[in-house]
Design a protein around this ligand. Sequence first.
Ligand code: LMR
Length: 396
Amino acid sequence: LFSAVEMAPRDPILGLNEQFASDDNPNKVNLGVGVYFDDNGKLPLLQCVQAAEKAMMDKPAARGYLPIDGIAAYDAAVKSLVFGADSEPVVSGRVATVQAIGGTGGLKIGADFLKKLNPDAKVLISDPSWENHRALFGNAGFTVESYTYYDADKRGVNFDGMLASLSEATPGTIVVLHACCHNPTGYDISPEQWDQVIAVVKARGLTPFLDMAYQGFGHGIAEDGAVIGKFVAAGLTFFVSTSFSKSFSLYGERVGALSVLCENKDEAARVLSQLKIVIRTNYSNPPIHGGAVVAAVLNNPELRAIWEKELAEMRVRIKAMRQKLVDGLKAAGVKQDMSFITSQIGMFSYSGLSKEQMIRLRTEFGVYGTDTGRMCVAALNSKNIDHVCQAIAKVV
Ligand code: LMR
């Protein structure tokens, strides 16, 4: 049965973790996967999470099956976070939200639902995009193509190119957009540019699918989420996947969601019923713990205030490391202007280094980034930054 099975390539991001784990270089630094580490190189366990877990342990609960769409208080908290508690979509009940296995799970539930709804639609992702977007929508049965995004020469977004690509898309095309902190480039479009994108999406009748995996890692929770309000104001219906992996440092709990904004409450109920079929036939219903923790924090004003503070600390530290990286590269003798790193936002920096340079960084210096030149600046700290800067200086 399995004799003809071919060895699949390693995952371009998570595969690096495997390689990193088996590297015995004492100075190794993992800038591959998008994970935030504190200044001691430790994965944080947030205070708000610990407080929520302590309260749970003080009152241990039995673990029955969750409803197919997850914890009701969690879904409500996600809706409030994404759309605003008092927003018209939430108040009128026209958002269908389901708990998902991470942001990836939210994308996959949406993709499987869309495949049933509009099987012949094409999917457009940004060029470049998170590696898993192409694979995920491709595995859901879609033809995946890209829209222009990154301008390597200008080091930024080729916005005219982006608009032109979207203007050429056939109606019904599913457009995957990064709500904030573009992964992998770190370059976002401005609020005014979002208005133009939304106008094209609306005029062409495209289906927007917003991937919001980094809310709070760019400019702030409200600022990063503001794009959602723009889509609502434009009168569009759309998909949003949410991830709490990064913002709650709960990577391994796989806490995410999918929200679908519908025309009205009745439509939302019908959409929800279909999302539940997708979930039931894939993994039945979600796990409890991570969702319960996030719900407890988001729904408790004191814990929520702690979360917002802790998230802000992560955001500020990442920004500081960007500046340190620019300064450190200069001090290490890099001649080219690397100040573009501070104009990028979120966890990643698209360094512009070639695949060959990234492989040298890994094999000669134990500095791991993706082959595309993406580095997770959220994993830099005051102890590893010099080694990283020296290594980059040697390969550029
Ligand atoms: C990343 O891009 O590194 C993260 O989103 C983690 C992942 O699942 O790829």
